[in-house]
Design a protein around this ligand. Structure first.
Ligand code: ZN
Length: 390
């Protein structure tokens, strides 16, 4: 009998998506309410709330939870939470909304009404305060900081009731699993120790090695892809999904992995985001998350292993799921195999490492990608993509 980790801060998952029969009625009512548009980041958080990935949150945070999560990495009730989950709007719209009013939440991009918010609080935040704590910088060139500064002036807080997950379940059929569903899959396989491997890139051999390290030490691995918005220049999810499937179908043992995607939008908050990644993976039923070099980082804002070190600073009991810390991975010609900085005694001249920028350049110039770096089946799919997108 498998025994998975419990959800975060709760005995049960708390999805906010209403049961099917109630959705049509709620939508009809929502059409008569004031509409609050959600940015793509806000919609992605809404979807995480809807599916229960943000258990035990029941909606968008009020001022005290916002302040505590930013400054102290916990909710006002003491439950560990490393990043504020908030909804904003402009002042004019906020002024027209009364506390205790229920408003419709609309995805700005699609125009779809996704759910409703029972407003309990309206407040302003100091954006610099949030950014200095969460991102360790208020530099507007940081993509996560830029998003905070693009938010509306006023935050709206309250309970959320969701009745749509947009086009995700349809667009990513067979990949879009909610926490209750991954838990059922793991339980069905008899797994109790499950490591998540998070990726927003196609998997090359170093990623394959990381996922296989997870399989060696746990019952199985959840290959968990980011389906939310990415940075310009990143490989689109549809291409990445094909590349990863090409890899796993040929190089992984069936029954050792589950592939899934989830709708988060990256904040690139480095260490703080690594904490959030482990927190919500616990809700998906994972006991571990692979945390490698510069997890969820961007540019040179974070040290290469800051996202590992931060776990050592947490008060005991903050999280049940834990990081699986792995060094920098690469192919070493002297070791004649995949290795990490913890296992290979050789120098950089023997180690094959290709940065994302350099790899892109190699594809664009149609250079040969070494087989030690990436499987030929993966390279073929990426070549086709670059050939049609130059
Ligand atoms: Zn070596």
């Amino acid at each position: 009998m498998s025994k998975l980790v419990p959800p975060h801060g709760s005995d049960v998952l708390m999805p906010l998506l209403l049961p099917e029969p109630e959705r049509a009625e709620e939508l009809k009512r929502a059409k008569t309410l004031k509409a609050v548009p959600m940015s793509s980041r806000e919609t992605s958080d809404f979807l995480m709330l809807a599916m229960g990935a943000y258990t035990p949150l029941t909606g968008f945070m009020g001022h005290e939870d916002w302040r505590c999560s930013a400054a102290e990495m916990k909710l006002s009730n003491g439950v560990f939470w490393p990043i504020p989950i908030t909804l904003s709007c402009d002042k004019e719209l906020a002024d027209s909304i009364g506390v205790e009013e229920t408003v419709a939440l609309v995805d700005r991009q699609s125009g779809e009404i996704m759910g409703v918010l029972e407003v309990t609080e309206k407040y302003t935040i100091e954006k610099t305060f949030e950014c200095e704590h969460v991102f360790r910088t208020s530099d507007r060139k940081h993509p996560g900081v830029a998003k905070v500064f693009r938010q509306g002036e006023i935050n709206l807080a309250g309970h959320v009731r969701a009745f749509s997950e947009g086009t995700y379940p349809r667009d990513y059929e067979g990949l879009y699993y909610r926490p209750a569903e991954t838990r059922a899959l793991f339980a069905d396989k008899g797994w109790s120790r499950v490591a998540a491997f998070q990726t927003r890139n196609p998997m090359h051999r170093s990623h394959e090695y990381l996922a296989k390290i997870a399989i060696e030490v746990c019952d199985g691995v959840l290959i968990h892809q980011v389906l939310g918005a990415l940075k310009p220049g990143d490989i689109p999810a549809s291409v990445r999904i094909r590349a990863i499937a090409a890899l796993t179908s040929r190089y992984f043992l069936p029954g050792t992995y589950v592939q899934a995607g989830y709708p988060i939008e990256m904040r690139y908050a480095g260490p703080r985001e690594a904490l959030l990644h482990v927190l919500f993976r616990q809700n998906f039923g994972c006991s571990h998350v692979v945390i490698g070099r510069d997890h969820a980082g961007v540019g040179n804002y974070y040290g290469p292993f800051d996202s590992q070190h931060i776990f050592d600073t947490l008060p005991e009991g903050s999280l049940i799921a834990q990081p699986l810390k792995v060094g920098v991975t690469f192919y070493c010609y002297k070791c004649d195999g995949l290795a990490t900085t913890r296992t290979c005694p050789h120098g950089p001249e023997d180690q094959l490492q290709i940065s994302g920028t350099r790899l892109r350049e190699m594809f664009v110039n149609n250079e040969k990608i070494p087989e030690e770096f990436s499987r030929p089946e993966v390279v073929a799919i990426l070549r086709e993509y670059y050939a049609s997108h130059q």
